[in-house]
Write a protein that binds this ligand. Structure first.
Ligand SMILES: [Cu+2]
Length: 514
């Protein structure tokens, strides 16, 4: 498919969907006062080609998913994908995108679009300083694109939305892994279809292991546990329900952790490291423990914080990763601690449960100093740029669309052109809908770089977000300033909202490193 064809399709989609925007927004106000990204809009099963009736529309309720007893399923542990071969510099991996029947809800078989037949995709444990070369074969009947989220990646492997792997196609993706240890993820990034492709299963965690980090003595092996959070909606027969045409965001009433609903993990009385990824399309979470004890965060998207930060609750927006170390040593055997989401407007909601079942020797450490965040000062910046994120009328018609600086995405248009090695300050502003209480957050993801938050509405970032990041949640009416250096690669990259349905409805912009 050519760029022009895609562009035409994109414009058509924007026009058709945006035509419903004002009615949909008004409808949303009547049923949600929340600032969460979960408007009661799941009923938008209507195909975007169907013209909506004028005026406010009541969203059609979606039937609930099959019920599952919470904590009845053991947490699936993600096994690491083994390289098919290795040489002096590179580890080679094979990934096949294919349809698979997977058991997500106990007793149900679900059709998923997978990497290598598993949901989420296989865990890749890469090594800092060693290249990972991933050979992707697309056996699906739809185009795909693979993006390594958080990677310092050359442009030809970064997964620009037009770099399609067609059905039957193959592509080699090269990830140099030169940046320090961190928890990344790979996921689909196909023009207009990222939301559906990820919802159907095309996402997985990617850890960059770092010898420097290993020297700290943090929990390793079975005590270093990836947790991939993603909510989904299911039919009564257990199939995934993707709300095609819903530009506000695909949500769901089942929270999966590593592909299992509200699971439980049996733990020993010792320290664990948990790497938490919010892979949900459109929902942010605020994590807290049921007994009120603080969570100790050690890392953001770009690796370790300067020192551990204890917080009663920790937000994790779409696309973001946080890492925590939690010590179960002080709990008696038999204790059960629930990890909750307190961002749920209906009250604390379950995420998963930790069951303390055994004693264990613990030789791991949680050092008071974890890392040095390289200085990057506002005075180093050679340029500032502003990006506004809003649903607004686009220039070429009486329609509303998700926009950045008033524009929908055009892959041919370069919206920013930083120089290689330049330091810049970028300002992100979330401009709310005028005159309605219903508002949304925009988690803003910048490809290629890691950035530091300078301030939120003029205030310094909270300690738990004072580290290297690649995605930052910008709340309604909020202004967030970030600073970063454009290193290593010239070429074509992206900045976009990581509400996947905002992204698919054109809330993206291209920047090139000159
Ligand atoms: Cu957004």
């Amino acid at each position: 498919m050519t760029h022009d064809v895609l562009l035409t399709r994109r414009r058509t989609l924007v026009l058709l969907v945006a035509a419903a925007a004002s009615g949909t927004v008004v409808a949303a106000t009547s049923c949600s006062q929340s600032q969460s990204e979960a408007p009661e809009d799941q009923g938008a099963h209507t195909h975007p080609k169907a013209a909506p009736p004028p005026g406010p529309q009541r969203p059609t309720p979606v039937p609930p998913s099959p019920s599952v007893a919470h904590f009845s399923v053991a947490l699936p542990l993600l096994s690491a994908l083994q390289p098919t071969r290795s040489d002096a510099t590179t580890d080679y991996y094979q990934m096949t995108e294919r349809v698979a029947r997977v058991e997500l809800l106990p007793g149900y078989s679900t059709t998923a679009w997978t990497y290598n037949g598993v949901f989420p995709g296989p865990l890749i444990r890469a090594k800092r300083g060693r290249t990972a070369s991933v050979h992707v074969t697309n056996q699906l009947t739809t185009d795909t694109v693979v993006h390594l989220h958080g990677g310092l990646t050359p442009p030809e492997s970064d997964g620009f939305p037009m770099d399609l792997i067609p059905p039957g196609g193959e592509r080699d993706l090269v990830y140099p892994n030169t940046r320090r240890g961190s928890t990344l993820w790979y996921h689909d990034h196909t023009m207009d279809h990222t939301g559906q492709n990820i919802y159907m299963g095309l996402a997985g965690m990617y850890i960059v292991e770092d010898d420097g980090e290993a020297a700290l003595g943090l929990p390793i092996g079975e005590f270093d546990v990836p947790l991939v959070l993603a909510n989904r909606q299911f039919t009564q027969t257990g199939e995934l329900v993707y709300p095609d045409g819903n530009k506000f965001g695909a949500t769901g009433d089942v929270l999966l952790v590593n592909g299992a609903p509200w699971p439980r993990l049996e733990v020993a009385r010792r320290k664990y490291r948990f790497r938490i990824l919010n892979a949900s399309n459109s929902d942010s979470y605020t994590l807290a423990l049921s007994d009120g004890r603080p969570l100790v965060q050690i890392a953001t998207e770009g690796g370790l914080l300067p020192s551990p930060v204890a917080s009663k609750s920790l937000p994790v927006g779409m696309g973001e990763r946080i890492e925590i170390v939690f010590d179960f040593a002080s709990y008696p055997l038999g204790s059960q601690i629930v990890l909750q989401n307190t961002a749920d407007p209906n009250g604390p909601a379950d995420v998963m449960r930790f069951d303390v079942v055994r004693d264990s020797v613990d030789n791991s450490q949680l050092p008071a100093t974890l890392s040095v965040i390289g200085p990057l000062r506002e005075g180093d910046a050679v340029r500032t740029r502003e990006f506004t994120f809003e649903e607004t009328q686009v220039a070429d018609g009486p329609v509303y669309a998700w926009t950045i600086n008033g524009h929908t995405f055009d892959p041919q248009r370069i919206d920013a052109l930083p120089d290689l090695n330049a330091v810049e300050v970028w300002t992100f502003r979330n401009i709310p809908f005028p005159g309605v209480p219903f508002q949304v957050v925009h988690p803003i993801h910048v490809h290629l770089v890691n950035f530091l938050i300078l301030d939120r509405d003029g205030q310094p970032p909270a300690p738990y977000e004072a580290g290297w990041k690649d995605t930052v949640v910008v709340h309604p009416n909020e202004t967030v300033r970030v600073i970063m250096r454009f290193e290593d690669y010239r070429g074509r990259y992206l900045i976009h909202c990581h509400n996947l349905e905002h992204e698919d409805h054109a809330m993206m912009a291209r920047f090139d490193v000159a």
